[in-house]
Design a protein around this ligand. Structure first.
Ligand SMILES: [Zn+2]
Ligand SMILES: [Zn+2]
Length: 417
Protein backbone atom coordinates (compact mmCIF):
# COMPACT_ATOMS: atom_id res chain seq x y z
CA UNK A 1 0.00 0.00 0.00
CA UNK A 2 1.01 3.61 -0.44
CA UNK A 3 2.45 5.08 2.74
CA UNK A 4 0.90 8.44 3.69
CA UNK A 5 3.45 11.24 3.86
CA UNK A 6 6.19 9.21 2.16
CA UNK A 7 7.83 10.40 -1.05
CA UNK A 8 8.66 7.46 -3.33
CA UNK A 9 11.98 7.40 -5.16
CA UNK A 10 10.86 4.65 -7.50
CA UNK A 11 7.54 3.82 -9.14
CA UNK A 12 5.23 2.41 -6.45
CA UNK A 13 2.51 -0.19 -6.76
CA UNK A 14 -1.04 0.87 -6.09
CA UNK A 15 -3.85 -1.28 -4.69
CA UNK A 16 -7.34 -0.75 -6.08
CA UNK A 17 -10.41 -2.41 -4.60
CA UNK A 18 -12.63 -3.84 -7.37
CA UNK A 19 -14.99 -6.09 -5.44
CA UNK A 20 -15.87 -4.85 -1.96
CA UNK A 21 -17.48 -6.85 0.85
CA UNK A 22 -20.53 -4.52 0.62
CA UNK A 23 -21.11 -5.77 -2.95
CA UNK A 24 -21.95 -9.23 -1.51
CA UNK A 25 -20.81 -10.78 -4.79
CA UNK A 26 -21.06 -14.57 -4.85
CA UNK A 27 -19.43 -15.31 -8.19
CA UNK A 28 -17.14 -13.74 -10.80
CA UNK A 29 -15.87 -15.00 -14.13
CA UNK A 30 -12.16 -14.58 -14.92
CA UNK A 31 -10.59 -14.97 -18.35
CA UNK A 32 -7.16 -14.12 -19.74
CA UNK A 33 -5.55 -12.39 -22.71
CA UNK A 34 -3.33 -15.50 -22.65
CA UNK A 35 -3.84 -17.96 -19.83
CA UNK A 36 -0.25 -19.27 -20.13
CA UNK A 37 0.99 -15.99 -18.70
CA UNK A 38 -0.70 -16.42 -15.32
CA UNK A 39 -0.19 -18.40 -12.13
CA UNK A 40 -2.55 -18.87 -9.22
CA UNK A 41 -1.10 -18.70 -5.71
CA UNK A 42 -2.99 -20.16 -2.76
CA UNK A 43 -1.44 -20.37 0.70
CA UNK A 44 2.13 -21.42 -0.06
CA UNK A 45 1.17 -23.36 -3.17
CA UNK A 46 1.67 -22.17 -6.71
CA UNK A 47 -0.64 -23.61 -9.33
CA UNK A 48 1.51 -23.65 -12.48
CA UNK A 49 -0.84 -21.72 -14.69
CA UNK A 50 -4.35 -21.39 -15.85
CA UNK A 51 -3.43 -23.30 -18.98
CA UNK A 52 -6.14 -25.91 -18.54
CA UNK A 53 -8.75 -23.30 -18.77
CA UNK A 54 -9.19 -20.01 -20.57
CA UNK A 55 -12.00 -19.14 -18.25
CA UNK A 56 -12.42 -19.67 -14.53
CA UNK A 57 -15.24 -19.05 -12.11
CA UNK A 58 -14.45 -17.86 -8.61
CA UNK A 59 -17.33 -18.50 -6.25
CA UNK A 60 -17.79 -17.36 -2.69
CA UNK A 61 -19.23 -20.36 -0.93
CA UNK A 62 -19.72 -20.55 2.86
CA UNK A 63 -16.89 -18.10 3.53
CA UNK A 64 -14.47 -19.84 1.12
CA UNK A 65 -13.26 -19.02 -2.37
CA UNK A 66 -13.89 -21.89 -4.73
CA UNK A 67 -12.56 -22.38 -8.27
CA UNK A 68 -14.43 -25.48 -9.47
CA UNK A 69 -12.40 -25.77 -12.70
CA UNK A 70 -9.14 -26.23 -10.74
CA UNK A 71 -10.49 -27.80 -7.56
CA UNK A 72 -9.21 -24.87 -5.48
CA UNK A 73 -10.87 -24.10 -2.14
CA UNK A 74 -9.23 -21.43 0.03
CA UNK A 75 -9.81 -18.17 1.88
CA UNK A 76 -7.45 -16.16 -0.28
CA UNK A 77 -5.76 -16.49 -3.66
CA UNK A 78 -3.71 -14.41 -6.06
CA UNK A 79 -3.69 -14.49 -9.83
CA UNK A 80 -0.22 -13.35 -10.82
CA UNK A 81 1.19 -12.52 -14.27
CA UNK A 82 4.16 -14.89 -14.56
CA UNK A 83 5.70 -13.11 -17.56
CA UNK A 84 4.97 -9.43 -16.81
CA UNK A 85 7.09 -8.25 -19.75
CA UNK A 86 4.48 -9.62 -22.13
CA UNK A 87 2.00 -7.13 -20.64
CA UNK A 88 -0.72 -9.72 -20.22
CA UNK A 89 -4.17 -8.77 -18.99
CA UNK A 90 -6.89 -10.49 -17.11
CA UNK A 91 -10.58 -10.00 -17.79
CA UNK A 92 -13.20 -9.87 -15.06
CA UNK A 93 -16.86 -10.13 -15.96
CA UNK A 94 -19.30 -8.77 -13.38
CA UNK A 95 -17.38 -5.97 -11.63
CA UNK A 96 -19.71 -3.62 -9.71
CA UNK A 97 -19.53 0.07 -10.61
CA UNK A 98 -21.57 3.21 -9.85
CA UNK A 99 -22.38 1.97 -6.34
CA UNK A 100 -25.34 3.82 -4.84
CA UNK A 101 -26.03 5.82 -8.02
CA UNK A 102 -28.70 5.37 -10.64
CA UNK A 103 -26.08 4.19 -13.12
CA UNK A 104 -25.02 1.30 -10.88
CA UNK A 105 -24.24 -1.79 -12.97
CA UNK A 106 -21.81 -4.64 -13.48
CA UNK A 107 -19.18 -4.37 -16.16
CA UNK A 108 -16.64 -6.51 -17.99
CA UNK A 109 -13.12 -5.07 -18.05
CA UNK A 110 -9.46 -6.01 -18.58
CA UNK A 111 -6.83 -5.34 -15.94
CA UNK A 112 -3.06 -5.22 -15.79
CA UNK A 113 -1.20 -6.48 -12.73
CA UNK A 114 -2.01 -8.95 -9.98
CA UNK A 115 -5.52 -9.79 -8.82
CA UNK A 116 -5.93 -10.75 -5.17
CA UNK A 117 -9.11 -12.42 -3.97
CA UNK A 118 -9.92 -12.79 -0.29
CA UNK A 119 -12.78 -13.15 2.17
CA UNK A 120 -13.80 -10.24 4.39
CA UNK A 121 -16.67 -10.72 6.83
CA UNK A 122 -17.68 -13.80 4.87
CA UNK A 123 -17.88 -11.84 1.59
CA UNK A 124 -15.72 -11.84 -1.52
CA UNK A 125 -13.21 -9.04 -1.97
CA UNK A 126 -10.89 -8.43 -4.96
CA UNK A 127 -7.94 -6.05 -5.11
CA UNK A 128 -5.98 -5.19 -8.24
CA UNK A 129 -2.33 -4.38 -7.53
CA UNK A 130 -0.49 -2.69 -10.39
CA UNK A 131 2.28 -0.15 -11.06
CA UNK A 132 1.10 3.41 -10.46
CA UNK A 133 1.98 4.57 -13.98
CA UNK A 134 -0.07 1.76 -15.54
CA UNK A 135 -3.00 2.77 -13.35
CA UNK A 136 -2.62 6.42 -14.42
CA UNK A 137 -2.77 5.41 -18.09
CA UNK A 138 -6.17 3.89 -17.29
CA UNK A 139 -7.66 6.80 -15.35
CA UNK A 140 -5.84 10.14 -15.48
CA UNK A 141 -7.05 11.37 -18.85
CA UNK A 142 -8.86 8.26 -19.93
CA UNK A 143 -12.16 9.84 -20.88
CA UNK A 144 -10.51 12.65 -22.78
CA UNK A 145 -9.92 12.67 -26.49
CA UNK A 146 -6.54 12.32 -28.19
CA UNK A 147 -7.44 15.63 -29.87
CA UNK A 148 -6.97 17.45 -26.54
CA UNK A 149 -4.01 19.79 -26.33
CA UNK A 150 -1.15 17.67 -24.87
CA UNK A 151 -0.27 20.39 -22.31
CA UNK A 152 -3.72 20.02 -20.79
CA UNK A 153 -3.49 16.21 -20.65
CA UNK A 154 -0.07 16.45 -19.02
CA UNK A 155 -1.34 18.85 -16.34
CA UNK A 156 -4.30 16.58 -15.61
CA UNK A 157 -2.02 13.54 -15.31
CA UNK A 158 0.36 15.30 -12.90
CA UNK A 159 -2.59 16.40 -10.78
CA UNK A 160 -4.00 12.85 -10.66
CA UNK A 161 -0.55 11.40 -9.77
CA UNK A 162 -0.06 13.99 -7.01
CA UNK A 163 -3.49 13.37 -5.50
CA UNK A 164 -2.88 9.62 -5.45
CA UNK A 165 0.57 9.86 -3.90
CA UNK A 166 -0.47 12.48 -1.33
CA UNK A 167 -2.94 9.80 -0.31
CA UNK A 168 -4.75 11.99 2.18
CA UNK A 169 -8.24 10.55 2.17
CA UNK A 170 -7.51 6.84 2.74
CA UNK A 171 -11.15 5.90 2.74
CA UNK A 172 -10.45 2.16 2.45
CA UNK A 173 -7.29 1.62 4.47
CA UNK A 174 -9.08 -0.75 6.88
CA UNK A 175 -9.74 -3.10 3.94
CA UNK A 176 -6.12 -3.08 2.80
CA UNK A 177 -6.28 -1.09 -0.42
CA UNK A 178 -5.51 2.50 -1.42
CA UNK A 179 -8.56 3.43 -3.46
CA UNK A 180 -11.72 1.82 -4.80
CA UNK A 181 -12.78 1.64 -8.46
CA UNK A 182 -15.68 4.07 -8.12
CA UNK A 183 -16.43 7.80 -8.05
CA UNK A 184 -15.99 7.57 -4.27
CA UNK A 185 -12.25 7.65 -5.10
CA UNK A 186 -11.66 7.70 -8.87
CA UNK A 187 -13.59 5.81 -11.53
CA UNK A 188 -11.41 2.91 -12.74
CA UNK A 189 -12.65 0.44 -15.32
CA UNK A 190 -9.36 -1.33 -15.98
CA UNK A 191 -7.94 -0.81 -19.46
CA UNK A 192 -11.36 0.07 -20.92
CA UNK A 193 -10.52 3.76 -21.29
CA UNK A 194 -6.77 3.49 -21.78
CA UNK A 195 -6.03 5.42 -24.98
CA UNK A 196 -3.00 6.55 -27.00
CA UNK A 197 -3.47 10.00 -25.51
CA UNK A 198 -3.59 8.75 -21.91
CA UNK A 199 -0.49 6.57 -22.48
CA UNK A 200 1.39 9.50 -24.02
CA UNK A 201 0.52 11.91 -21.23
CA UNK A 202 1.52 9.38 -18.54
CA UNK A 203 4.83 8.68 -20.31
CA UNK A 204 5.55 12.37 -20.92
CA UNK A 205 5.15 13.18 -17.20
CA UNK A 206 6.50 9.92 -15.73
CA UNK A 207 7.06 10.36 -11.98
CA UNK A 208 6.18 14.08 -11.94
CA UNK A 209 4.15 15.60 -9.09
CA UNK A 210 3.49 19.02 -7.62
CA UNK A 211 4.95 19.69 -4.18
CA UNK A 212 4.63 22.31 -1.47
CA UNK A 213 6.68 22.53 1.72
CA UNK A 214 8.50 19.24 0.92
CA UNK A 215 5.23 17.35 0.68
CA UNK A 216 3.32 16.04 -2.32
CA UNK A 217 0.25 18.20 -2.90
CA UNK A 218 -3.19 16.83 -2.27
CA UNK A 219 -4.11 18.16 -5.72
CA UNK A 220 -7.89 18.37 -6.07
CA UNK A 221 -9.75 19.04 -9.31
CA UNK A 222 -13.29 19.42 -10.58
CA UNK A 223 -15.01 19.93 -13.93
CA UNK A 224 -15.60 23.68 -13.91
CA UNK A 225 -15.06 26.32 -11.23
CA UNK A 226 -17.52 28.70 -12.92
CA UNK A 227 -15.03 31.60 -13.12
CA UNK A 228 -13.57 31.67 -9.60
CA UNK A 229 -12.22 28.60 -7.82
CA UNK A 230 -12.96 27.76 -4.17
CA UNK A 231 -10.90 27.50 -1.00
CA UNK A 232 -10.34 24.00 0.35
CA UNK A 233 -11.79 24.78 3.80
CA UNK A 234 -15.11 25.96 2.37
CA UNK A 235 -15.76 22.60 0.77
CA UNK A 236 -14.12 20.18 3.18
CA UNK A 237 -14.08 21.38 6.77
CA UNK A 238 -10.52 21.67 7.95
CA UNK A 239 -7.54 23.97 8.06
CA UNK A 240 -6.86 26.12 4.99
CA UNK A 241 -4.31 24.60 2.57
CA UNK A 242 -1.94 27.16 1.02
CA UNK A 243 -2.04 25.64 -2.48
CA UNK A 244 -5.82 25.04 -2.52
CA UNK A 245 -6.89 28.67 -2.51
CA UNK A 246 -9.44 30.54 -4.55
CA UNK A 247 -8.13 32.02 -7.81
CA UNK A 248 -9.79 34.06 -10.55
CA UNK A 249 -9.79 31.72 -13.54
CA UNK A 250 -9.51 34.19 -16.43
CA UNK A 251 -7.15 35.31 -19.17
CA UNK A 252 -5.44 38.72 -19.49
CA UNK A 253 -8.59 40.13 -21.14
CA UNK A 254 -10.74 39.12 -18.19
CA UNK A 255 -12.44 36.26 -20.05
CA UNK A 256 -12.93 33.16 -17.86
CA UNK A 257 -10.95 30.19 -19.20
CA UNK A 258 -13.85 27.85 -18.36
CA UNK A 259 -16.43 29.91 -20.28
CA UNK A 260 -17.98 29.12 -23.69
CA UNK A 261 -16.06 32.11 -25.15
CA UNK A 262 -12.89 30.04 -24.83
CA UNK A 263 -14.17 26.45 -24.69
CA UNK A 264 -17.27 26.21 -26.85
CA UNK A 265 -19.83 23.54 -26.18
CA UNK A 266 -19.05 21.64 -29.38
CA UNK A 267 -15.31 21.72 -28.78
CA UNK A 268 -15.87 20.55 -25.20
CA UNK A 269 -17.67 17.53 -26.55
CA UNK A 270 -14.77 16.80 -28.89
CA UNK A 271 -12.22 17.14 -26.12
CA UNK A 272 -13.64 15.56 -23.03
CA UNK A 273 -16.09 13.20 -24.65
CA UNK A 274 -19.40 12.35 -23.08
CA UNK A 275 -20.55 15.54 -21.47
CA UNK A 276 -23.58 14.06 -19.81
CA UNK A 277 -24.71 17.41 -18.41
CA UNK A 278 -24.86 19.20 -21.73
CA UNK A 279 -24.71 22.96 -21.58
CA UNK A 280 -24.44 23.13 -17.83
CA UNK A 281 -20.80 23.54 -17.16
CA UNK A 282 -20.52 27.31 -16.97
CA UNK A 283 -23.93 28.93 -16.36
CA UNK A 284 -27.11 26.99 -15.75
CA UNK A 285 -30.62 27.22 -14.36
CA UNK A 286 -32.32 24.42 -12.51
CA UNK A 287 -35.90 24.40 -11.27
CA UNK A 288 -36.19 22.73 -7.86
CA UNK A 289 -39.88 22.03 -7.43
CA UNK A 290 -41.84 21.84 -4.18
CA UNK A 291 -42.57 18.15 -4.79
CA UNK A 292 -38.94 17.31 -5.47
CA UNK A 293 -37.66 19.14 -2.38
CA UNK A 294 -40.35 17.68 -0.11
CA UNK A 295 -39.48 14.20 -1.37
CA UNK A 296 -35.77 14.83 -1.00
CA UNK A 297 -36.04 15.95 2.65
CA UNK A 298 -38.18 12.93 3.38
CA UNK A 299 -35.85 10.45 1.66
CA UNK A 300 -32.52 11.93 2.71
CA UNK A 301 -33.27 13.54 6.11
CA UNK A 302 -36.39 11.72 7.28
CA UNK A 303 -38.23 15.02 7.58
CA UNK A 304 -41.91 15.26 6.70
CA UNK A 305 -42.62 18.57 5.04
CA UNK A 306 -45.94 20.03 3.95
CA UNK A 307 -44.57 23.05 2.14
CA UNK A 308 -41.16 24.67 1.63
CA UNK A 309 -41.29 28.37 2.50
CA UNK A 310 -37.86 29.55 1.58
CA UNK A 311 -34.24 28.75 0.79
CA UNK A 312 -31.79 31.14 2.45
CA UNK A 313 -28.03 31.01 1.87
CA UNK A 314 -26.25 31.62 5.19
CA UNK A 315 -22.64 31.20 4.16
CA UNK A 316 -20.83 31.34 0.83
CA UNK A 317 -17.27 30.72 -0.30
CA UNK A 318 -15.32 33.01 -2.64
CA UNK A 319 -16.52 31.20 -5.76
CA UNK A 320 -20.13 31.77 -4.72
CA UNK A 321 -20.55 28.17 -3.56
CA UNK A 322 -23.07 28.05 -0.73
CA UNK A 323 -21.71 26.13 2.24
CA UNK A 324 -24.65 26.65 4.63
CA UNK A 325 -28.22 26.77 3.37
CA UNK A 326 -31.26 27.35 5.60
CA UNK A 327 -34.51 25.72 4.49
CA UNK A 328 -37.64 27.06 6.18
CA UNK A 329 -40.78 24.96 5.88
CA UNK A 330 -44.12 23.94 7.32
CA UNK A 331 -44.14 20.44 8.75
CA UNK A 332 -47.01 17.95 8.57
CA UNK A 333 -48.37 19.30 11.90
CA UNK A 334 -48.65 22.74 10.25
CA UNK A 335 -45.81 24.11 12.41
CA UNK A 336 -43.10 26.34 10.98
CA UNK A 337 -39.68 24.72 11.09
CA UNK A 338 -36.21 25.23 9.70
CA UNK A 339 -33.21 23.09 8.92
CA UNK A 340 -29.65 24.06 8.10
CA UNK A 341 -27.95 22.06 5.35
CA UNK A 342 -24.20 22.15 5.78
CA UNK A 343 -21.54 21.55 3.11
CA UNK A 344 -21.61 22.08 -0.62
CA UNK A 345 -21.88 18.30 -1.12
CA UNK A 346 -25.00 17.96 1.04
CA UNK A 347 -26.59 21.03 -0.54
CA UNK A 348 -26.11 19.52 -4.00
CA UNK A 349 -27.43 16.21 -2.72
CA UNK A 350 -30.61 17.71 -1.22
CA UNK A 351 -31.40 20.19 -4.01
CA UNK A 352 -31.64 17.69 -6.89
CA UNK A 353 -32.41 13.97 -7.21
CA UNK A 354 -29.58 13.70 -9.74
CA UNK A 355 -27.09 15.76 -7.67
CA UNK A 356 -27.00 19.48 -8.49
CA UNK A 357 -24.12 20.65 -10.74
CA UNK A 358 -22.67 22.88 -8.02
CA UNK A 359 -23.68 24.79 -4.90
CA UNK A 360 -22.82 28.15 -6.50
CA UNK A 361 -26.32 29.46 -7.20
CA UNK A 362 -28.70 32.30 -6.50
CA UNK A 363 -32.34 31.62 -5.73
CA UNK A 364 -35.47 32.96 -7.38
CA UNK A 365 -38.89 31.89 -6.14
CA UNK A 366 -41.48 31.27 -8.86
CA UNK A 367 -45.17 32.17 -8.68
CA UNK A 368 -46.15 28.56 -8.15
CA UNK A 369 -43.81 28.20 -5.17
CA UNK A 370 -40.93 26.44 -6.92
CA UNK A 371 -37.33 27.67 -6.84
CA UNK A 372 -35.25 28.64 -9.86
CA UNK A 373 -31.59 28.13 -9.08
CA UNK A 374 -29.30 30.23 -11.27
CA UNK A 375 -25.94 28.60 -10.97
CA UNK A 376 -22.38 28.46 -12.18
CA UNK A 377 -19.74 25.83 -12.42
CA UNK A 378 -19.80 22.07 -12.17
CA UNK A 379 -18.29 20.26 -9.20
CA UNK A 380 -16.68 21.44 -5.97
CA UNK A 381 -14.49 24.04 -7.69
CA UNK A 382 -11.35 23.47 -5.58
CA UNK A 383 -7.92 23.17 -7.23
CA UNK A 384 -7.63 22.55 -10.96
CA UNK A 385 -10.64 23.56 -13.06
CA UNK A 386 -10.58 20.93 -15.83
CA UNK A 387 -12.44 22.96 -18.43
CA UNK A 388 -10.45 26.08 -17.49
CA UNK A 389 -7.20 24.12 -17.84
CA UNK A 390 -8.38 22.98 -21.26
CA UNK A 391 -9.12 26.62 -22.11
CA UNK A 392 -5.65 27.69 -20.97
CA UNK A 393 -4.02 25.03 -23.15
CA UNK A 394 -6.19 26.06 -26.13
CA UNK A 395 -4.89 29.61 -25.67
CA UNK A 396 -1.32 28.35 -25.85
CA UNK A 397 -0.39 28.00 -22.18
CA UNK A 398 1.92 25.17 -21.12
CA UNK A 399 1.44 22.44 -18.55
CA UNK A 400 3.54 24.31 -16.00
CA UNK A 401 1.56 27.56 -16.64
CA UNK A 402 -1.61 25.60 -15.90
CA UNK A 403 -0.29 24.08 -12.67
CA UNK A 404 1.05 27.45 -11.52
CA UNK A 405 -2.33 29.08 -12.17
CA UNK A 406 -4.43 26.64 -10.16
CA UNK A 407 -1.91 25.69 -7.44
CA UNK A 408 -0.03 29.00 -7.14
CA UNK A 409 2.66 28.20 -4.55
CA UNK A 410 3.32 24.59 -5.64
CA UNK A 411 6.43 23.38 -7.49
CA UNK A 412 6.77 20.70 -10.14
CA UNK A 413 9.15 17.85 -9.27
CA UNK A 414 10.14 14.52 -10.82
CA UNK A 415 10.24 11.87 -8.07
CA UNK A 416 11.43 8.91 -10.12
CA UNK A 417 12.37 8.05 -13.67
ZN1 LIG B 1 -13.43 4.78 -2.65
ZN1 LIG C 1 -12.71 27.59 -14.11
Amino acid sequence: MLIPGSIPNKEPLIRVGLILPEDKLTSIVVSFSDSQFYEIETGNQLHPSCKNSDQLTINCDNGKLVIPELGIIDTSLKIIPSIPDENPSLILNGIPTGRGFHWEKQIRASYWGTMEFSIQDGKMMAVNELPLEAYLKCVATSEMSALCPPEFLKAQTIVARSWLLANIEQKHRHLGFDICNDDCCQRYQGMTHCTDASIQSANATFGEVIMFDDRICDARYSKSCGGISENFEHVWDGEPIPYLVSIVDEDENGVPFCSPEIVSETSLKTYIGDVDEKGKYYRWTYEATQDELVQSLQDKRNIYVEKIHDLIPLQKGRSGRITDLLITYEDNQRDDQKIKIHSEYEIRNIMSPSFLFSSAFTIEKTEDGNFLLHGKGWGHGVGLCQIGALGMALEGHTCSDILAAYFPPANLKKLYS
